[in-house]
Design a protein around this ligand. Structure first.
Ligand SMILES: O=C(O)C(=O)C[C@]1(C(=O)O)C=C[C@@H](O)C=C1
Length: 363
């Protein structure tokens, strides 16, 4: 057989398989439409129907990864299904997701990684605006950064939870790669723009490669890229998405000092999320300003063998030298062993707020 004949035979097979996949995807989409009707039928009058179900999505993606046998990798397969589910959900209800913008930020990438590309993303200029959009109902959900593996916690996000009644309904992590972007030859760069956190994450690389070039912190990496596209002699540290958006060249790729630089983002919404079987819970606890206060809050976790995944301390705004603790731990509020634990912590704390129980990040 000639090359053309061999390719022709294989491509006929691919066409036939595509036809089957297409039919099956539409069959799946019809099921999702029926699911939407059932949700509407059983929704109590006066309540709004909840179409997006983070716990079910996490379960679907986990099953896909567990049964995958290749040659496509588990994560690649899950990403394909992530998009299929995203389109199915859009048939039930088109979602608007507010994120910390502008367009081209890592938070937008995180939003698309979590929800897939069938949602409409609405970029906001601050974390407070993301919370406001969701609280007012202008957006169904919001996505905000909460911690970075090299730079630590995003304090604006934690502080927003003190005032807000929004609940965490998901988390997503993103490997952060920074690139030096410019439209000029790299030797003629006289200014480098980026967000302060990104400048910090590339500090050693900048010291070695651009020791005498001015570093200017701006509101976001996307804003840095926008400036680099307009000002002669300017470069930006930003993502590949920002490079595409502003037609800049990545003259140096992956310049972050820590190769495993990762940012964790939270999804916030109005409704509580049911247990997915592998969840995390976030709480806010204010304890008495006395010796051993933190120990008393944490002791029940140790005693019951519940793993803490994170603890952050923030000054409380209500009194000098008093603190609130943000605690993340493994388990769901409705889990048998978590119910009494939370009741005990609540009884000991001066102030207690459940911020949400949600599926651990799958992708
Ligand atoms: O199972 C549901 O509740 C659905 O609506 C179906 C489906 C899916 O496509 O699998 C779509 C949206 C939900 O967020 C979860 C899952």
């Amino acid at each position: 057989m000639s090359e053309a004949e061999e390719l022709g035979a294989l491509r006929d097979q691919i066409d036939a398989i595509d036809q089957q996949i297409q039919q099956l995807i539409n069959e799946r989409a019809r099921c999702a439409q029926q699911v939407a009707e059932v949700k509407q039928k059983y929704c109590s009058p006066g309540d709004s129907v909840v179409f997006y179900r983070p716990e079910r999505e996490a379960q679907v993606l986990r099953k896909i990864m567990a049964r995958n046998q290749g040659p496509l990798g588990d994560e690649s397969m899950a990403r394909l299904f992530r998009e299929v589910m995203s389109q199915c959900l859009a048939l039930e209800e088109p979602l608007t997701v507010a994120y910390l913008g502008p367009e081209g930020t890592f938070t937008q990438q995180a939003a698309l990684k979590h929800f897939g590309h069938a949602v409409s993303c609405a970029g906001q200029i601050s974390i407070a605006d993301v919370f406001r959009e969701v609280e007012s109902g202008a957006a169904h959900f919001g996505v905000v950064p909460v911690e970075n593996s090299t730079e630590g916690v995003v304090t604006h996000t934690l502080d927003s939870f003190v005032e807000s009644n929004l609940l965490i309904c998901g988390e997503v992590t993103l490997r952060i790669h920074h690139h030096l972007l410019t439209s000029e030859p790299s030797a003629s760069v006289t200014r480098i723009y980026s967000h302060a956190q990104s400048l910090a994450q590339c500090r050693l690389w900048l010291d070695q490669n651009y020791p005498n070039v001015e570093r200017i912190a701006v509101a976001s990496n996307a804003e840095a890229a926008r400036r680099a596209s307009q000002e002669p002699g300017a470069a930006a540290i930003a993502s590949e998405a920002a490079a595409e958006l502003y037609a800049l060249k990545p003259v140096h790729a992956n310049i972050e000092d820590q190769p495993d630089n990762t940012t964790r983002f939270l999804i916030v919404g109005q409704q509580p999320t049911q247990s997915s079987g592998d969840d995390k819970t976030s709480i806010l606890v204010a304890s008495r300003n006395e010796p051993g206060a933190l120990y008393h809050v944490l002791e029940p976790f140790h005693r019951d063998g519940v793993s803490l995944t994170r603890i952050e301390t923030r000054p409380s705004r209500s009194g000098t030298w008093s603190y609130v603790f943000f605690i993340d731990f493994e388990g769901h509020r409705d889990d048998e062993r978590i119910v009494p634990l939370l009741a005990e912590i609540q009884s000991k704390a001066v102030d207690f707020k459940w911020l949400g129980s949600y599926p651990k990040a799958v992708l």
